[in-house]
Design a protein around this ligand. Structure first.
Ligand SMILES: [Zn+2]
Length: 397
């Protein structure tokens, strides 16, 4: 079985090599010479340009395996399916692609959700923004992909159930930018999407998330405030917290940043539920971002200037040291002092087995919402300001 899959990958490598050879031959036939041959040896900066229709249609939507939004008719919305990674059945995971192509040219923005499969308010936020856009009045393009990790969304769970040696659950937000010939399906899926759909069509990108199952977060934006283009966008949201941190490699917004595309991650409350009130703040902020880039016209809505924004550069985790039922003594967005008691925990007899205090002064940005906990689980994340940065940051995504 592994021989077969290896064979497929090798063939794909072979096909790519063959295409490159054809290109080189054609160039040599046109104007023979070593200069041309050397030029062909360097891969083009953007190999994914040009839209490819597979010829398939699913529920009335044309299927693509590559997209260049410049090929689409201006002044219209386009609903497409992108052909993602191949499954064990030989079929593919398709993701939905909505493109609002403005009547006039301009910047190209990308909105994504569903990198984790249990984060519903982020899906709703992207859909609501797209439904408010009128391409006839736009200058530029907005593309949305709401269901990036399809198999994770099918079971409304965070991670992708990969068919390796039995089921492995893989966090797709550690896989970017992916590799089309990578060892696992989510890694190949990430590679296909990043190379052929996302990167070639983005002047800026916003990857929407929420907290995770069992762990709820506030409304906040995550990104590097030291990058002016990112700071300008994050400050256009009327939400109360900014987590100013570059976090770790492998997350989608950092894959964009690594290739020079300004990007950040909004976090919209609890997983699994649709929080329409909180979602509306991120819709308002995202519409502001589209105005900022000149894609839509009209006055700005509420921004960070209209609310009190707490900016922290680190998230302090309070970890459980015992098993038992957790009682929170603070709420999301509460200010806490160093030494303040934030939670207690009781065993099956109702005896208090642990008391938890914050080591830092800051604001509560995340809380365990599953009431039982075993040792090691994060109970609370406190957004605060650390003077010196060391190591890689973890955060309550
Ligand atoms: Zn997430």
């Amino acid at each position: 079985m592994s021989d077969k899959s290896k064979g497929r990958l090798d063939r794909r490598d072979f096909m790519i090599a063959s295409i490159a050879t054809v290109g080189a031959s054609a160039a040599l036939a046109g104007t023979a010479g070593t200069a041309n041959a050397q030029a062909q040896a360097t891969p083009p900066a953007n190999p994914a340009s040009g839209t490819v229709y597979t010829g398939d249609v699913i529920e009335g939507k044309k299927v693509i395996s590559r997209l260049d939004v410049n090929d689409l008719e201006p002044g219209k919305k386009h609903l497409l399916y992108f052909q993602g990674v191949e499954m064990p059945t030989g079929q593919h995971w398709y993701v939905s692609v909505t493109v609002a192509k403005g009547a006039k040219p301009g910047k190209r923005g990308i909105l994504t959700s569903g990198v984790h499969g249990d984060e519903m308010s982020s899906v709703h936020t992207v859909q609501t923004v797209m439904n408010q856009l009128n391409p006839a009045e736009m200058s530029g393009t907005v593309m949305a992909v709401t269901d990036i990790s399809r198999p994770a969304l099918e079971s409304m769970q965070r991670r992708w159930p990969n068919q390796g040696r039995g089921i492995d659950l893989i966090d797709m937000n550690r896989e970017w930018p992916g590799n089309e010939n990578g060892a696992t399906a989510p890694n190949r899926h990430a590679g296909l999407l990043f190379n052929r759909l996302l990167r070639p069509n983005a002047d800026f990108a916003i990857d929407f998330h929420t907290g995770t199952t069992g762990f709820e977060v506030t409304a906040f934006n995550l990104g590097g405030m030291d990058v002016p283009e990112v700071k300008a966008m994050m400050e256009l949201y009327p939400v109360g917290q900014i987590f100013d941190n570059h976090v770790y490699p492998g997350v989608l917004h950092n894959a964009f940043m690594d290739v020079g595309i300004p990007s950040f991650t909004p976090e919209i409350g609890a997983a699994r539920v649709l929080d329409r009130e909180m979602s509306s703040l991120f819709v308002e902020g995202t519409m502001n971002v589209l105005r900022h880039h000149g894609i839509i016209a009209g006055p700005m809505g509420r921004t960070g200037k209209d609310v009190t924004v707490f900016v922290g550069n680190s998230a302090f985790p309070v970890l459980a040291t015992a098993g038992g039922l957790v009682e929170h003594l603070v709420k999301l967005n509460d200010k806490v002092e160093a030494g303040q008691k934030v939670a207690i925990q009781r065993n099956s007899f109702g005896e208090v087995v642990a008391e938890y205090t914050s080591s830092v002064a800051g604001e509560v940005t995340g809380q365990r919402s599953d009431a039982m906990s075993e040792p090691g689980n994060p109970l609370v994340f406190i957004l605060f300001n650390k003077s010196v940065h060391e190591g890689v940051e973890s955060y309550p995504e």
